[in-house]
Design a binder for this molecule. Structure first.
Ligand SMILES: C[S@@+](CC[C@H](N)C(=O)[O-])C[C@H]1O[C@@H](n2cnc3c(N)ncnc32)[C@H](O)[C@@H]1O
Length: 385
């Protein structure tokens, strides 16, 4: 994909593409290590606000390049030929025409491209995916056109989904008293009464933003029948406020580990890119050249550190709660529940478990000799009660 300088003024798009590029590579590699086929679906594919002749700053082109890279890697390292297919859709005719032209030149990956409303095209996508594993990317411009009920058959496929939840827009209009606006939010949340649930979560002490995300994730979990749902936040380039959240549904705890690993990289990238954007903005405003050293740490406090500390406390408390309430738990069950919390990595869980074991609060009978970190299948047994 293009470097961050290319995305000046739209750093949030760079971060979205950064995330997609890294995550798609991981999931395609993992799935194709034991299956022969992988399908990628982009329901709102654009191109949209692209500034590159070759469209290398679009999600569909980034995906195609990444899929090729994975296929090459599998051939080189495992000598295997795998099949990849893509379904791209955009309901805007000029965008679709550009998309169709770009993909007509692709002859090494099977592609189906349509110009329809996403919700209407769901049956065709489901049919196209068939019994393969799919990753579906839903990247709308607002909060309409991907109602959870309408896309249920796509969500329940044996694959994964990443949805760009445009929090900034949702938040601005959510409290709009006009009934015609309020009604547009029911499909987003997959049915009515979501505002009562948001209210319950805010009363329980969550911020409004967290409450909205909790409700959306819960609804996605239920309608998509996902055992694991989580999200990661992308901030506005120049303000300490959220732009959007990438909400992720998966059927396997390993997906969460990969998602969080990519989040870890994306957080560092976000700090760096936003730091540069802020300085550039200031310089432009004051027409002065600012001198700064080589370390981005000089750009001010790392806002995501504060956020991460908050999530770490919540995760640590949840871990103790799970263990003390259940007495015993499989390691992978803990990964599945703890890594749903944003900004909590597997290494955090592992170090908590190591410390709890050292302190005699838990036992992990399957750990042998000098082994410190549990493995899937190991039991974590609570001893502290
Ligand atoms: C944010 S842009 C997508 C950007 C693209 N995913 C990327 O990252 O390069 C959203 C796209 O969705 C299209 N769109 C909007 N509503 C749609 C709908 N209901 N169904 C399909 N496409 C839609 C727009 O034309 C626009 O190109």
């Amino acid at each position: 994909m293009k470097p961050p300088e290319f995305y000046r003024g739209r750093e949030q798009t760079y971060l979205k593409h950064f995330f997609l590029e890294k995550y798609l590579e991981r999931v395609a590699w993992n799935i194709l290590s034991f299956r022969d086929e992988f399908v990628y679906v982009d329901g709102f594919s654009g191109p949209w606000k692209s500034e590159d002749e070759k469209l290398e700053d679009t999600s569909f082109m980034i995906a195609l390049n990444q899929l090729r890279k994975v296929r090459r890697g599998l051939k080189e390292r495992q000598g295997r030929d795998v099949r990849m297919r893509c379904f791209f859709n955009d309901n805007d005719e000029p965008a679709y025409n550009e998309l169709a032209k770009a993909v007509s030149a692709v002859d090494d990956i099977e592609i189906k491209a349509l110009c329809r409303d996403f919700e209407d095209v769901v049956p065709e996508i489901v049919n196209y995916v068939g019994r393969s594993f799919s990753l579906t990317f839903i990247d709308p411009t607002g909060w309409t056109g991907f109602g959870l009920q309408k896309i249920e058959s796509l969500l329940t496929l044996p694959g994964e989904v990443i949805i760009n939840f445009m929090f900034d827009y949702v938040n601005r209009f959510l409290a709009d008293p006009r009934p015609e606006i309020a009604a547009t939010f029911d499909p987003l949340f997959g049915g009515p009464a979501w505002h009562l649930e948001v209210g319950r979560h805010t009363q329980a002490g969550h911020s409004r933003e967290d409450a909205i995300l909790i409700v959306y994730r819960d609804r996605l979990r239920k309608i998509g029948k996902f055992p694991h749902v989580t999200s990661t936040r992308v901030l506005k380039p120049l303000a300490e406020r959220s732009y959007f959240h990438l909400v992720y549904g998966t059927r396997h705890w390993k997906g969460l580990v990969e998602f969080r690993n990519v989040e870890k990289k994306a957080i560092d990238e976000q700090e760096r890119v936003r730091g540069v954007a802020k300085i550039t903005h200031r310089v432009e405003r004051t027409s002065q050249t600012e001198l700064f050293g080589k370390g981005d740490e000089k750009l001010g406090p790392r806002s995501s550190d504060e956020e991460r500390n908050k999530e770490l406390s919540a995760a640590h408390a949840k871990l103790q709660e799970i263990l003390s309430a259940r007495g015993s738990c499989k390691y992978e069950t803990l990964i599945g529940e703890i890594l749903e919390i944003p900004l909590v990595w597997k290494s955090d869980l592992d170090s908590w478990l190591t410390n709890l074991r050292k302190g005699g609060q838990i036992e992990i009978p399957e750990l042998k000799g000098r082994q410190r970190t549990p493995k899937p299948g190991h039991s974590i047994i609570w001893k502290a009660n």
